[in-house]
Design a protein around this ligand. Sequence first.
Ligand SMILES: [Zn+2]
Length: 434
Amino acid sequence: MLKQIPSLALSLACCASISFGQRPPAPPQVSVVRAGRLLDVDTGRLLTNQIIVIRGGKIEALGDHVTLPPSATVIDLSKYTVLPGLIDCHTHLADLPFEEPLLVLQKSAAETAYAVIPNARVTLLAGFTTVRDVGVYRAFNDVALRDAIAQGNVIGPRMFVAGAYITISLGAGAMTGLAPDMQLPWDLHFGEANSPWEVRQKVRELAHRGADHIKILSTGAVLTHGSNPKSVEFTPEELRAAVDEAHNFGLRVAAHAHAAEGIKNAIRAGVASVEHATLIDDEGIALAKEHGTYLDMDIYDEECIQGEGKKNATPADFLEHDRGLGELHRQNFAKALRAGVKMSFSTDASVCPHNINARQLTYIIKYSMTPLQAIQSATINAADLLGKSDLLGNLHPGKYADLIAVSGNPLEDVRVLENVKFVMKEGKVYKQEQ
Ligand SMILES: [Zn+2]
């Protein structure tokens, strides 16, 4: 073998110098978007007749006096309002949309992986160019979906994923409701941990296997058998272990929490966001403000659990867990907002269908947000929570060319965002209605 190395090196040097039959790499594609109106999400200003130059998936220049590069593809959005692609900070794209989680057991891992592909597609086409996906029953199905999208094999938003749920055994993120002698496959109970050291071990493995953030379940859940959203599950010590270990790998932690004590335990432990934050009390609101913790309050979901969009197959125990929480959640959202707590847009998509994320914008405005705050929660705030403000959240040179267009002015009628006419992700057009 040793003798062959020089000859191999020689042959490589030979071919590289001749470069016979090779083409030079194609120059990055250049396109230009003509925006009739453009919403500056930082200031709320509606700019007119803007030109956006896009090269290699990123915004190169933007303004009303930009020189058009020769041979650029021109996209005419002069009839529309352009704004940054929306970001949902709480989705579950890689799970099947069953009302009954146990039905997951009727599908193989491969069937599940293929069946969730449309979730990604419809989310992107609804104008959400990035999602923070926060947990999946089949561990790492989200990592695989994220990578398939990034490689161009599946159409979908840019995903940041959790890999699995970190949960106590039989807790909020566990597959529960089975007879005690039933054994789950490894990927359906991967994230169970029952001590600070077990939590650390899970974080280490999730980090190693490609998670972008950690999702931990601090309290019981509504949509889990044998769970109680008003119960604390992980202890403060376990939550601190999760945050500390995640930080060792440069990862942030999202904590699911309904009960007031579980919310405060998570904030004190240093999580980046509290998901749901349903029963947050005054002390919790003050703590969130003090720590700069984001709240991800999915207040539209009640419509899909108990309201008009309710699925008939929702198990009775889930409805019982949820009883009385919906309106309280919405009032607590308004209270936390008034107190100045940071909010990022989060729908828990999968509870409601994957293509109606934007419907929540109307609800958060109904419960005190201004239209601009609502749009900021789904753009610049979301990018900040992801730690990606350098690439996402607004339309500045150097950032990803993730943009959408709507008819009309979303600051006057936010519902236009439920009917997005144009979607571009990283410079590539995925939807363009005439
Ligand atoms: Zn969720």
